[in-house]
Design a binder for this molecule. Structure first.
Ligand code: 5AD
Ligand code: SF4
Length: 436
């Protein structure tokens, strides 16, 4: 028997969906009367995990060991440990066997966390990795206080089955939340302090409700009073409809930013990845988006070292980067994931080759990011202030193009102010509030 926990700590790894899920779990535990605490003192620690690459998965096990050791050394006891998120979904009971944790709860079942914690307090490990689509949303408490830039899950799961990816297995099939529920929730988020909402989904641009698509949802949210900015992530190139492209032209509150993963610039590799788009169709798509919204900032995801990737194929990824012009991007070394088709392909790439390719790709992407940031110096744009900066009097916000901007001055979190950009670094800009 462990005493029922009074305090909790939630640590989220991985994507923005996990950040969102972590916030919702915190609200759920708060509604049970539990109080948030630091990881080294909390009675219950929830590790909200990521399974996308091997490193992320292994981190869970090392974290569990460290948490136990720290609390044992400092307080003479160990915390109750719950593993949530995609590792919980993928590994289930194996986690209880390997790490003897108290609770395992998958990403579609975390509304049951209080019940599972109560069961674990009786000394019995509690497990729930059911995948009932969307059930959890009906069981979560309303959101009372959110940051000016809030996340809202509108779609979950993936039917694309890229051959390297675990998401279709850990998050299940593509499902969309209902239109009216999303609009109502968005109004609630604005009442709770949001001025910007980022619509989240593993394939957010596949959101669909009868004959409505994501662009209809965006147009409806554009009419929510007090909501100044709308963003969405992550998108698949094949779900980028003309309606959504048009929304980028017409809807002022839709920010000029598009995260559109491409993964590789080689058609052979894209085919082996089962991406269902080509290098050329991707580049043509970007041209259409830019025709609708010329200043759009493009972001992407890349994988280097997919099985069988040759030097020449990798060079095609570098040349795609030159052609597409990214404002920012994420790039990863291929990581074989158990149960995915690519994990058993011949031609796995040696680590040193992968390291070299990643370094070269990141050098190109960093160069382009710096160029993009430097090009905005001297211009003036609205910045949504999200939090305090490290220096006294300094605030940190975001430009429409998702650049981080440091601004000095008498500003509050949630202010949306005009800022003249004065200097660019590789990862952020500095600006001055434009005198009124
Ligand atoms: N190995 C490396 N990167 C991966 N991603 C997904 N699966 C893997 C994997 N097995 C990357 C893709 C995806 C992003 C979220 O993570 O680039 O777009
Ligand atoms: Fe994974 Fe591909 Fe689905 Fe993205 S589209 S979540 S990379 S399977």
């Amino acid at each position: 028997m462990k005493p029922a926990p009074q305090t909790f700590h939630i640590k989220s790894f991985g994507c923005q969906m996990n950040v969102y899920d972590g916030e919702r779990m915190a609200e759920l535990m708060g509604a049970q009367g539990m109080v948030a605490a630091e990881a080294d003192v909390a009675d219950l620690v929830v590790l909200n995990t990521c399974h996308i690459r091997e490193k992320a998965t292994e981190k869970v096990y090392s974290d569990i060991g460290r948490l136990r050791k720290d609390q044992l050394r400092n307080h003479g006891r160990t915390p109750m440990i719950a593993v949530a998120g995609c590792v919980a979904q993928a590994e289930g009971e194996e986690i209880v066997r390997r790490a003897n944790v108290d609770v395992v709860v998958g990403p579609q079942a975390y509304h049951n966390l209080p019940t599972l914690v109560a069961q674990a307090a009786t000394g019995q490990a509690a497990l729930d990795t059911d995948l009932p689509a969307l059930t959890k949303f009906g069981h979560l408490p309303p959101r009372r206080r959110v940051s000016p830039s809030a996340f809202q899950t509108v779609q979950e799961g993936c039917d694309k089955f890229c051959t390297y990816c675990v998401v279709p297995y850990t998050r299940g099939a593509e499902v969309s939340r209902p239109f009216a529920a999303i609009v109502d929730e968005a109004k609630g988020l604005v009442d709770a302090g949001a001025r910007e909402i980022t619509l989240l989904g593993q394939n957010v641009n596949a959101w669909r409700m009868e004959d409505r698509g994501l662009h209809d949802l965006i147009r409806a949210l554009d009419r929510v009073p007090g909501l100044a900015r709308i963003r969405y992530t992550t998108s698949h190139p094949n779900d980028m409809s003309q309606g959504l492209i048009d929304a980028h032209r017409d809807v002022e509150s839709l920010m000029p930013f598009l995260h559109l993963p491409v993964q590789s610039g080689s058609d052979r590799v894209l085919k082996a990845m089962n991406r269902a788009h080509t290098r050329d169709s991707y580049l043509r798509l970007i041209e259409r988006v830019r025709a609708a919204r010329p200043d759009i900032a493009l972001s992407g995801d890349f994988i280097v070292g997919f099985p069988g990737e040759t030097d020449a194929e990798f060079a095609e990824t570098l040349s795609l980067v030159d052609s597409a012009g990214y404002a920012q991007a994420f790039s990863f070394k291929y990581s074989p994931r158990p149960g995915t088709p690519a994990a058993t392909l011949a031609g796995q790439i040696p680590a040193d080759v992968m390291d070299d390719r990643l370094q070269r790709l990141q050098a190109a992407l960093n160069r382009d990011q710096h160029v993009f940031n430097a090009a905005s110096v001297g211009s003036t744009c609205p910045v949504l202030i999200e939090r305090r900066g490290k220096l006294s009097g300094q605030m940190l916000g975001k430009s429409p193009w998702l650049q981080s901007v440091h601004v000095m001055g008498d500003l509050a979190v949630g202010d949306l102010v005009e800022v003249t950009l004065t200097a660019a670094g590789p990862n952020s800009l500095t600006g001055e509030r434009r005198p009124i």
